[in-house]
Design a protein around this ligand. Structure first.
Ligand code: CP
Length: 336
């Protein structure tokens, strides 16, 4: 048997594995129209999403060839806020599935003339867009579109204000499952600027429901009171949160918000909350560190820790972002 034949057979078996995972998963996603936050998703939907993402990752690790499973779908990336990872990985994911993708350049669009998000969405719908991937600074903006126009499109929330960033939490979850098999019973520390973090909120809603012991740590001024009601153990010191942790998720300190005077100084923040190799020694010997990006190197996370391949999952998170977003798009828009 030639090498070419072996390779093609492997490709076929990887395609079969993806199709099988999708067909099983679609049973659970059949009635789902939108992805607004992680607490929308049932456990069976999460399990099947992990299976589809794993099969998609296996396929794209071995082949660049695009699939055709969404070749009749048009998807719009509409980002009213900046993004590198989320926007690019949705674009790559959509192309890999064979969909057409439109990247609306919000800055040069009619939004600049005052057009509302509802009218912008209606305009795209009239052009035949099937799904909208939206990021907006207003918490609740995704829910607003889903309530108003939800029967006419699939809406994927790519971040709304401080509220939710479901696909970031899902790729974090997938990355941790790859390491541990399951996060049930794991201690997961989420540290940093919790107040302004939609990543923290979506992760907490997801990870607590799946049986993880979630601990948070951050300055009191950056720790919202609602955390105590979300089933997490709240610390203001970093060390007890990290101690014996399986995973440490470091959040970006939002430098643009420091004008509000919520922390005394960046130097003080680094002294008390920067996660580095020395502090990671408090965690389990095999603990891993995650960061949603973009990082402020040497402020919330040390440069050497971010680059330590045996500790850092940061590059893996970015890679997994494509597979997880492929799974979301396929399960929402694909036909069995
Ligand atoms: N994690 C994240 O949302 O990154 P981007 O802002 O680059 O999309």
């Amino acid at each position: 048997m030639s090498e070419q034949t072996v390779t093609s057979q492997s490709h076929v078996s990887r395609m079969d594995a993806l199709t099988k995972a999708f067909n099983e998963g679609k049973q659970h996603w059949q009635l789902r129209r939108h992805l607004l936050d992680t607490n929308d998703l049932e456990v069976e939907e999460l399990r099947s999403l992990v299976n589809v993402a794993a099969a998609a990752k296996e396929l794209i690790n071995h082949s660049d060839a695009p699939l055709t499973v969404l070749d009749r779908k048009t998807i719009a990336n509409v980002f009213y806020e900046n993004s590198t990872r989320t926007r690019s990985s949705f674009e790559i994911a959509a192309r890999r599935l064979g969909a057409s993708i439109l990247n609306l350049d919000v800055a040069s669009s009619s939004v600049a003339k005052g057009e509302s998000i509802i009218d912008t969405t209606k305009t795209l719908l009239s052009m035949g867009v099937h799904a909208l991937i939206q990021r907006h600074s207003a918490s609740g903006s995704a829910i607003q579109i889903a309530r108003t126009l939800g029967d006419r499109l699939h809406l994927i929330n790519a971040g709304d204000g401080w509220n939710a960033h479901p696909t970031q939490a899902l790729l974090d979850y997938f990355s941790m499952v790859e390491v541990k098999g399951s996060i049930q019973g794991c201690k997961i520390a989420i540290v940093g600027d919790l107040k302004h973090s939609r990543v923290a909120r979506s992760n907490i809603r997801l990870l607590t429901r799946l049986g993880a012991q979630v601990h948070t740590a951050g300055p009191p001024t950056l720790t919202p009171v609602e955390l105590a009601r979300m089933g997490v153990t709240v610390h203001t010191k970093l060390e007890p949160a990290i101690e014996n942790a399986d995973f440490v998720i470091v959040l970006r300190i939002q430098l643009e918000r420091q004008k509000q005077g919520l922390i005394p100084s960046i130097g003080e923040y680094k002294r008390l909350y920067r996660v580095d190799s020395a502090r990671m020694r408090l965690a389990r010997h095999d603990a891993r560190v995650l960061h949603p990006g973009p990082m402020n190197r040497d402020i919330e996370i040390s440069d050497e820790l971010a680059e330590q391949s045996e500790r850092s999952l940061i590059n893996t998170q970015v890679t997994n972002g494509v597979a997880v977003r492929m799974a979301v798009l396929y399960l929402l828009l694909g036909d069995r």
